[in-house]
Ligand binder design. Structure first.
Ligand code: NIG
Ligand code: FE
Length: 414
């Protein structure tokens, strides 16, 4: 067998492109009717109409998947998750229903800090076991690449344990895991009021080890009122950039602090959340090519106002969507739920939402040249829906329409 051949796709949604799509470009999905794809050695070799492909490639040489009556899309890229953590915080969800506030829970030593305690207690094996289960679930939603953040350690030992657990799940699971170091995710109890010292500790004692060991590709920070200021974020991220990390920020989520402006200033790959981002900050991001990663599941779960997705796209931003899967503010791995929220509450079109979870998700991981679309030379990461059209994705609210997943040319979910 030379590889895998998908034929007769009712809609072959290629999302064709090798870089982020900004503004109006986001509505171009480049759909081929009655499409086919050939994958060899894990890489897409040919894309086109079924008749043209079958005239050139002999079906007998390939494992053939007949996608008659089905839509075929690139694998989804979930570019912002916190998938490795110990314990759960279900009680916090119930407290919030009774009026408690996310940031106040954290200030009282709960929230992220409570996940930090539980992650410290968990063994690496436990983190790997629960991580693999979460990846299994993500695969059922058609995710083929996921970003994972540390940040439930806030000390050298536990941050490394989380990053190592990510390495292990990456090796064991078909989904690719891209690692982000988020050592500055919250202020640990022992550093309360001494945030600058904590940033020094991260810069001098943790970042160098993560950099030398090549343990993460990105560095991220929670830039937020009562967490880390713009100045502290600038200091950490500037050092991280000098050490070779690509940058991400949790920016302007609860308060308008200037995180979007900082992301543009530093040339971050993405700034994420952006519920409160200023017009100037968003404009600066678009000009500098910084991806605006929106996480509507978090706004939904915390009952916040949604980010201004429609406006951002109309003003020329490149928007990516992600789940933000984490044990506190948004415990979901449901891609279709996020797409439903993006379309219904952020007024994005279905086409824009699909772009945001494929080629723009890939761009948010600086991988738009290798994944995120069905183009020759890209990785053979593909999903086949049980329905004939991509319009079923938001319509079947929150429920997976994915029937098959192909990763690096291999059928890994059926
Ligand atoms: O992206 N905003 C900060 N960090 C995460 C939440 C993490 C948690 O609550 O455990 C987020 O929403
Ligand atoms: Fe997050």
């Amino acid at each position: 067998m030379k590889g895998l051949l998908i034929k007769n796709a009712n809609e072959l949604v290629t999302c064709s492109g090798r870089k982020a799509k900004f503004g109006k470009e986001m509505s171009q999905l480049h759909v081929i009717e009655d499409g086919a794809v050939v994958i060899e050695d894990g890489i897409i070799k040919a894309v086109g109409k079924t008749a043209d492909i079958l005239a050139k490639y002999h079906e007998g040489d390939y494992q053939v998947v007949d996608a008659k009556g089905k839509a075929v899309l690139p694998g989804f890229v979930d570019s912002h998750t916190h998938l490795i953590f110990g314990g759960y915080r279900a009680e916090e969800f119930s407290w919030r229903l009774k009026g408690a506030n996310y940031m106040e829970i954290m200030e009282r030593g709960g929230g992220i800090l409570s996940s930090v305690r539980m992650t410290k207690e968990a063994s690496k094996e436990e983190l790997v076991k629960t991580g693999l289960k979460r990846l299994d679930s993500m695969l059922t939603f058609g995710v083929t690449t996921v970003e994972g953040k540390s940040g439930y350690g806030l000390d050298l030992e536990t941050e490394l344990k989380q990053l190592e657990a990510m390495d292990e799940v990456n090796k064991k699971h078909p989904i690719d895991v891209v690692k982000t170091f988020l050592g500055a995710h919250a202020v640990p109890v022992e550093y309360k009021g001494k945030e600058d010292e904590f940033i020094d500790y991260m810069i001098n004692e943790v970042l160098p080890i993560v950099a030398e060991g090549n343990l993460a590709e990105f560095c991220d920070i929670f830039c937020e009122k009562k967490v880390f200021s713009v100045e502290q974020s600038r200091r950490l991220l500037t050092r991280a950039k000098e050490m070779g990390f690509k940058l991400k920020l949790h920016a302007d989520e609860i308060v308008q602090l200037g995180g979007a402006e900082l992301a543009a200033e530093l040339g971050a790959v993405s700034a994420d959340h952006l519920l409160q981002a200023s017009d100037e900050g968003l404009k600066a991001m678009a000009e500098r090519g910084v991806i605006a990663t929106l996480l509507p599941g978090t706004a939904f779960s915390l009952k916040e106002n949604f980010a201004r997705g429609r406006e951002m796209i109309d003003n020329g931003s490149a928007v990516a969507l992600a789940t933000d899967l984490n044990p506190g503010s948004c415990f979901t791995e449901s891609i279709p739920l996020i797409i439903a929220l993006a379309t219904l509450y952020m007024k994005m079109t279905t086409e824009e939402a699909i772009t945001a979870f494929t080629i723009n998700g890939a761009a948010a991981l600086d991988m738009a040249d290798t994944i995120g679309s069905i183009d020759e030379g890209k990785r053979g990461d593909i999903v086949i829906l049980e329905f004939p059209s991509y319009h079923f994705i938001p319509y079947h609210i929150g429920v997976s329409t994915v029937e098959k997943v192909i990763k690096n040319g291999k059928l890994v979910y059926d």
